[in-house]
Design a protein around this ligand. Structure first.
Ligand SMILES: [Mn+2]
Length: 290
């Protein structure tokens, strides 16, 4: 991946940007700027408030550039309208991803970036913070199955720089729940059902759930004792956004069959609304995988 032949860069990530996408943009931006490159961050969606502490200056209009680098997805659909507009202004495109189908089994984009760009370099404060946020959010604080010695090793090298305070990062990202979100969480917990090792719940349109603030609900449901698959149905006007977690059940093919994607143990897709049928069909498919 010889991207340093280029001079001007646009860095982007998927819609509903998360810590992995935003953190890896911050790190790669620092790396390129330190080498005299012109770098602009262009996003399809606003930066969620909880990631304001990254200090990332994002723009929302496509920009002309030699090289457009998309982080944390390889799926044009996940860029929405930005894809066609930005593609028209970029001379070349590079996708840096770690989802199923990308050929990478890295826990986070930080791992991919570290191996390609940062190994053996002196980390700057911005690069260290960006890599750490990418790593800590996508491994769910080092608890997911994809978390290897490599992830811990990179985290150790980052924290040894002294530029990153893990407790401060954690507080910024996670100690940010509103009372509304907490009350919503109570509703979703009360709706949770379990059938053998499958646990599921739903968010309804009437809940008015902000996407970014309710992402942790599914992970909490997945903490149920003996659950090997957890599923959250998020009602939309025309269907349901379905997100899945598993322990070793290999769900990504099911997600892809429905037009979605992700990782084997964390993936999602969208289904059209057809009364009770739409939810029941998914539950039947999941039970068959237990
Ligand atoms: Mn990721």
């Amino acid at each position: 991946m010889n991207i340093l032949q280029h001079n001007s860069f646009v860095l982007s990530t998927h819609m509903h940007p998360d810590g992995d996408g935003l953190g890896s943009i911050l790190a790669l931006m620092a790396f390129l700027e330190e080498r005299g490159k012109t770098v602009t961050c262009v996003l399809p969606d606003p930066v969620p408030g909880r990631y304001g502490f990254l200090g990332l200056q994002a723009q929302y209009e496509p920009q002309r550039c030699d090289c457009w680098i998309v982080l944390d997805t390889a799926d044009p659909k996940r860029l929405g309208a930005l894809y066609a507009e930005q593609k028209a202004l970029a001379t070349s495109i590079v996708w840096i991803d770690h989802h199923e189908g990308s050929g990478s089994s890295a826990s986070s984009v930080a791992e991919v970036l570290y191996e390609h760009f940062f190994d053996g370099t002196v980390l700057s404060p911005k690069a260290a913070l960006g890599l750490y946020v990418s790593l800590v959010t996508d491994t769910q604080s080092f608890q997911k199955q994809e978390t290897t010695a490599l992830a811990h090793g990179i985290a150790s090298k980052i924290t040894m720089t002294g530029f990153v305070n893990p407790a401060w990062v954690h507080q910024n990202i996670y100690a940010s729940r509103s009372l509304h979100t907490l009350h919503l969480f109570a509703k979703v917990l009360a709706r949770t059902k379990m059938d053998n090792a499958l646990a599921w719940s739903e968010l309804r349109l009437s809940d008015k759930a902000p996407m970014d603030e309710t992402l942790f609900f599914l992970d909490e449901i997945f903490m149920l004792q003996n659950a090997t698959i957890a599923c959250l149905f998020r009602e939309q006007q025309d269907g349901y956004r379905v997100t899945l977690r598993s322990r070793g059940k290999g769900l990504v093919h099911l997600a892809q069959e429905y037009g979605g994607g992700g990782h084997q143990n964390a993936c999602g897709f969208f289904i059209a609304k057809r009364g009770k049928k739409s939810i029941n069909e998914v539950l039947t498919r999941l039970k068959a995988l237990l």
